[in-house]
Design a protein around this ligand. Structure first.
Ligand code: FES
Length: 145
């Protein structure tokens, strides 16, 4: 049911851990499943993401998508990092089962939250970045589980 890439990133997740004195830290949760994701970004003076790490209390799909998402934002500019959507991450992982799609939103939203934190610390506005939610299940349609 999971692609080989998902299994690989779940079993050998990349970029697990913390960055001390990170440029931006973002934490989001999903109240429905109780999972939490925290992403740390190290951004250099040119606005390029030097490093990205994550910590999670999340399911396997959340681990795999965060592993891939952190790999994808490394070396990118802030604007390019904003294009690393959950859809782009899922494509890079050769897809996720439909019931697990919401898990990939944790990574996207936590990256946005970390960028938001970075922007606030530096008193800048990142074009195209909206204030992230703390809980990605907010405003979602009620779904049956
Ligand atoms: Fe909660 Fe996957 S079930 S993030």
């Amino acid at each position: 049911m999971y692609s080989e890439k998902v299994m690989d990133h779940f079993q050998n997740p990349r970029n697990v851990g913390e960055i001390e004195d990170a440029s931006g830290v973002g934490t989001v949760g999903n109240a429905k499943c109780g999972d939490i994701m925290r992403i740390f970004l190290d951004i250099d003076d040119n606005g390029v993401v030097r490093d990205a790490k994550f910590k999670t209390f999340g399911c396997g799909a959340a681990v795999a998508t965060s592993s891939m998402a952190t790999e994808m934002v490394k070396g990118k500019t802030i604007q390019e990092a904003l294009q690393v959507t959950n859809k782009a991450v899922m494509e890079a992982l050769d897809g996720l089962p439909p019931v697990k799609v919401h898990c990939s939103l944790l990574a996207e939203e936590a990256i946005h939250a970390a960028l938001w934190d970075y922007a606030e610390k530096h008193n800048i506005v990142i074009e195209g970045l909206e204030k992230p939610k703390n809980d990605i299940s907010e405003g979602e349609e009620e779904e049956e589980y």
